[in-house]
Design a protein around this ligand. Structure first.
Ligand SMILES: [Zn+2]
Ligand SMILES: [Zn+2]
Length: 63
């Protein structure tokens, strides 16, 4: 399955993406990427209209 073809997020095309999960489709992009997140960051990402947290992969659509 090629999510990269469907998802417009440019992180899919990067070999060393800085994010663990795609904020648009939520699949793992770079397992090695380390990030920390919390409720505040999730709220911030939600404001940016992102669908998923790029650190934990959690869906931000809920709430
Ligand atoms: Zn994606
Ligand atoms: Zn998160």
């Amino acid at each position: 399955m090629s999510y990269a073809a469907r998802c417009p997020n440019m992180n899919h095309g990067r070999t060393n993406a800085p994010v663990k999960f795609c904020p648009s489709c939520g699949i793992v992009i770079n397992k090695m990427a380390q990030g920390s997140c919390n409720q505040n960051k999730h709220a911030d990402l939600r404001k940016q209209r992102l669908s998923f947290c790029h650190d934990c992969g959690k869906s931000l659509k809920i709430l």
